[in-house]
Design a protein around this ligand. Structure first.
Ligand code: ZN
Length: 221
């Protein structure tokens, strides 16, 4: 059996299955599990993929108790656009809504990209969401750099500038970011005018959310 950290250079693949039996270049037999195959030509990094390995194991337990009714067609009531930050992951807790009611659309920031707009169109027009919530937060990682800075840093770090300029949607002010999001979503011709579009900021210190009024709403108030 191949040990973590041991180099295995494949020569002959003997069999495929849950594990992959093979001989290395010195004729030693070894077995690779699927998650190790990505490292097949390289020294296997110690503990690489260990979180995914644990998750795969936990999934076996989860599936045993899985309520198959949850596999029915989704019928979300609200689309929530929020940041990839793990502190925003407990949306049912933060918002007091059932998991099944929330269509969660997550990007860094969040950024309301063309893809996000497409997902909002599908959520409201196809899946039946009735409201749109844009949920920003304090202390966002995307306020700690500018696109230009991170592009320069990654180019220097990797010695490869070919992906630059990568659009990372960094921003400085969550309130201003929220107002721009509201404007962008509200003005999309395929998002129905009777679907409320409201923006909020989640305070990571207190757990409270507060509303940010859009420009049009301010003018009307
Ligand atoms: Zn964030």
């Amino acid at each position: 059996m191949l040990q973590r950290g041991q180099v295995c250079e494949p020569k002959t693949v003997l069999a495929e299955g849950p594990g992959l039996a093979m001989n290395d270049s010195r004729g030693r037999g070894c077995t690779l599990t699927g998650v190790l195959l990505a490292n097949i030509h390289y020294p296997i990094r110690r503990f690489a993929m260990s979180i995914i390995d644990k998750a795969l194991k936990a999934n076996q337990t989860y599936a045993k108790k899985y309520d198959r009714k949850l596999g029915a067609h989704p019928a979300p009531k609200i689309a929530v656009v929020t940041c990839m930050d793990p502190r925003l992951s407990d949306l049912p807790g933060i918002l007091g809504l059932p998991i099944a009611d929330i269509d969660v659309i997550r990007t860094g920031g969040p950024a309301v990209t063309e893809d996000v707009l497409g997902e909002l169109v599908v959520s409201t027009r196809v899946l039946g969401s009735k409201e749109i919530m844009l949920l920003n937060h304090t202390g966002c990682g995307f306020t700690t750099f500018t696109d230009h800075e991170l592009n320069a840093k990654l180019t220097a770090l990797t010695g490869d500038s070919s992906p630059a300029p990568m659009r990372l949607f960094s921003f400085k002010d969550p309130e201003e970011n929220t107002r721009e999001q509201i404007k962008k979503v509200r003005s999309h011709p395929w998002i129905a005018k009777d679907v409320p579009v409201r923006g909020f900021i989640f305070d990571v210190e207190t757990g409270l959310i507060r509303e940010v009024k859009g420009v049009a709403q301010d003018a009307a108030a």
